[in-house]
Design a protein around this ligand. Structure first.
Ligand code: ADP
Ligand code: MG
Length: 300
């Protein structure tokens, strides 16, 4: 583990109100270089809203956010350009593009050619194309999706769609990666693989801030954990400190896991995957599995 502790991200006094509802209330949070920081809290605690405030989707009602010392601009693409990338709680992929194309779209903030040039294959695009493709393939290797490069993203099983979102986010060469429930809907093996992936991302020099309901995942992974309850920071500390805090146990960890958020989704995904596996057996190993887990552009 690295010993550098310069702040990459610093949020101070961030408040987000929607009409009469204060979803996030005066939250301070710092992520240092080399760190993996966890953000936990019950459903509706304001975690995703806080992410949206960090990434320019929302302009906070109060407070400010700096990345490497500079105030972040209130526009998502400028935040990405500055070096902060994210994934979404509800997957947002281009369902009818291939896996490789999805990563190439994530790359466009780092190439001189814009998105439209990339999509329309304009004259300047060809030159940048080879380099971008090479980098995108590297990222697919890194996330374990290289052999699916030519598949349509909507045909990937759910867990692999989540990995693809991570690959696409990494394509912008971020200094900070924000992950919103990266293991939701994953089976235990996929969750463990994601843990390894996040460690590898950190080891390559990208700091990580991660929202997740899976406590084992969070406490294994994170250097520090912040707990939000009703929009406010309840406690922040090392996994040991947070795990043993009675308020955290009462407010969050103590809730029965049978009813934990995501269970319905897990069941749904498992059924879809079983169906996909059957379809694959029917069509032989080279066939493209039918999948019902494709996600669209809506949602958070
Ligand atoms: N765009 C919005 N407009 C109004 N209320 C919102 C909006 N986004 C989130 N909220 C509300 O803010 C609160 C926090 O939601 P959210 O940030 O999604 O929580 P979490 O991610 O911790 O489950 C909830 O009460 C939610 O209904
Ligand atoms: Mg959320």
């Amino acid at each position: 583990m690295t010993t550098t502790t310069s702040p990459v991200l610093s949020a101070s006094g961030v408040t987000m109100r929607f009409g009469g509802l204060t979803a996030v209330r005066s939250v301070d949070l710092t992520v240092n270089s080399g760190e993996i920081v966890g953000l936990i809290g019950p459903n509706g605690a304001g975690k995703t809203t806080f992410f949206n405030c960090l990434t320019g989707l929302y302009v906070p009602t109060e407070g400010n956010v700096t990345y490497q010392g500079d105030i972040l601009p209130p526009k998502p693409h400028l935040v990405t350009q500055a070096g902060v990338a994210r994934t979404f709680q509800n997957i947002r992929l281009f369902a009818n593009m291939t896996v490789l194309e999805n990563v190439l779209v994530g790359r466009h903030t780092r190439t001189k050619e814009g998105l439209w040039s990339a999509l329309l294959r304009g004259p300047g695009f060809k030159r940048a194309e080879a380099a971008s493709k090479e980098r995108a393939m590297e990222l697919l290797e890194f996330t374990g999706l290289a052999d699916k490069a030519d598949h349509l993203s909507r045909n990937l099983p759910y867990g692999e769609q989540r990995k693809l979102e991570i690959a696409r986010a990494l394509a912008s060469d971020p200094g900070l990666l924000l992950l919103d429930e990266p293991t939701a809907g994953m089976n235990p093996q996929e969750t463990r693989a994601t843990e390894e992936l996040v460690f590898a991302i950190r080891d390559q020099g990208t700091a990580v801030l991660v929202i997740e309901h899976d406590m084992r995942f969070i406490f294994n992974l994170c250097d520090r954990v912040t707990v939000l309850v009703q929009g406010q920071k309840l406690i922040e500390g090392t996994p040991d400190v947070v795990q043993s805090d009675e308020r955290v146990i009462a407010a969050y960890i103590g809730t029965p896991f049978e009813g934990a958020p995501g269970d319905d989704e897990v069941a749904e995904v498992e059924a879809a995957e079983a169906e996909a596996a059957e379809a694959q057996q029917d069509t032989g190993p080279s066939g493209t599995p039918k999948s019902t887990t494709a996600r669209t552009e809506d949602g958070q």
